[in-house]
Design a protein around this ligand. Structure first.
Ligand code: NAI
Length: 381
């Protein structure tokens, strides 16, 4: 059996983390299925490499390939300054309607953590990716647009604002909130996770974040009436849908991580929570992620191009590798995914890790990116 995977090398540390991670992905599949399954890699261009080769940052050909793809995976993308793009990642998310950003957060024993019981952290964050304040609808303080908006609010809606206010707009729709929560509930049901927590700041922002909460519960009640509980204790075979106000949730995930499993969040909350939780268990160098539309799962290294260490053979390839492992799991190639996670656990336990991890571990020996990749390959069960 073969599965085509479109891959995008990425900029900065992208090529080196790929050189370390891809052989481990191939070897894990090979070992798990004795050569009967195979990943077929097809490169697509975007970012600086595309700019150099085609004069475009995001060639139409790459978009065409991605539109027809089921699985793709990318290294980090830098945006050359002055090329007229706000962010390539944002452009990709918008163009391909990658509406759910999914980040699992789990602990690998051996890495030092500020938590007393980091082993209790096992959460998956579903972050809405297309709207909220990230739509970029903003008007600078004292600009003509801000002044017009302030006058409109005052004259038409009776809202008094400081003349010199900068303004940002936070649109959130029922359709986008529902499809995100629906996806989170389906995931919890498919993977046997006990709960979905709706994260919101609805006590203050009633018609955006408060509405997200209400729409989320409506999805549970209307679309999964026999599979979800919206109150009481968790029950085997059912998903408990609960909610938490964002600030309280930031406390609770640190104090009682075992109470949370899947978390569904609007864009801004989800952004903050993803990085905060990643830091609790080893930082962004370890955090995998995927952005999903209804047809494409686009996995990614969640960190940036790390220009300070690019080309120095010291980047940690785990974010990319674990994203690849998530992809294998989603494809149903769970045995290969399990072997990759086991290899990461083994090599970390041996304390031979890249500098970012060594700095967080007692008695660890730092190794380069390429060597770390070799060690991971050797540790595959
Ligand atoms: P960054 O994530 O590249 O770096 C932040 C810090 O983390 C640096 O000290 C870096 O050395 C370290 N780091 C990152 N990845 C690492 C790895 N694999 N192993 C070890 N250490 C690692 O964030 P920064 O510096 O803010 O952004 C640099 C560029 O990356 C910018 O052009 C930005 O737009 C882009 N970027 C791209 C992202 C993506 O493609 N998903 C995400 C974030 C930033």
């Amino acid at each position: 059996m073969e599965q085509t995977i479109y891959y995008l090398e990425g900029d900065g540390v992208g090529p080196e983390i790929w050189r370390a991670a891809r052989p481990v992905l191939d070897a894990a599949v090979d070992k798990a299925y004795s050569g009967e399954r195979r990943l077929v890699w097809r490169e697509i261009l975007a970012g600086e490499k595309a700019w150099k080769e085609t004069g475009q940052l995001l060639p139409e050909e790459s978009l065409l390939a991605l539109r027809g793809a089921a699985y793709a995976i990318k290294g980090p993308l830098g945006t050359p300054v002055g090329a007229g793009f706000r962010s390539l990642n944002v452009t990709l998310r918008r163009t391909l309607d990658l509406y759910a950003c999914i980040r699992p957060v789990r602990y690998f024993p051996g890495i030092s953590s500020p938590l007393r019981h980091p082993e209790r952290v096992d959460m998956v964050i579903f972050r809405e990716n297309t709207e909220d304040v990230y739509m970029g609808i903003e008007f600078q303080s004292r600009s003509a647009e801000a002044r017009r908006l302030i006058a409109f609010l005052r004259d038409e809606l009776g809202v008094e604002l400081a003349e010199a206010a900068g303004i940002g707009i936070k649109p959130m729709t029922e359709a986008a909130s529902r499809r995100l929560v629906r996806r989170a509930i389906r995931y919890a049901l498919a993977t046997g996770r006990p709960s979905v927590t709706l994260m919101h700041k609805g006590n203050i922002m009633k018609f955006t974040e408060g509405a997200f909460r209400a729409w989320g519960y409506a999805v549970a009640r209307e679309e999964f009436p026999h599979l979800c509980l919206t109150e009481g204790e968790a029950q085997a075979g059912k998903v408990l849908v609960q909610d938490s106000i964002a600030d309280a949730l930031f406390q609770s995930v640190l104090l009682y991580p075992e109470r949370f499993s899947v978390i569904a969040a609007p864009n801004l909350n989800g952004d903050y929570l993803s990085d905060a939780l990643a830091a609790q268990v080893g930082g962004l160098g370890m955090a995998p992620g995927v952005n999903m539309s209804d047809s494409l799962a686009f996995y990614e290294a969640t960190h940036g191009t790390a220009p300070d260490i690019a080309g120095k053979d010291s980047a940690n390839p785990c974010s990319l590798l674990l994203s690849g492992s998530m992809m294998l799991e989603n494809m149903g190639w769970t045995e290969a995914a399990r072997r990759i996670e086991a290899a990461v656990e083994t090599v970390i336990a041996q304390g031979r890790v890249t500098a970012d991890l060594a700095a967080q571990m007692e008695g660890a020996t730092p190794v380069g990116c390429a060597r770390f990749g070799d060690l991971l390959g050797e540790a595959l069960p």
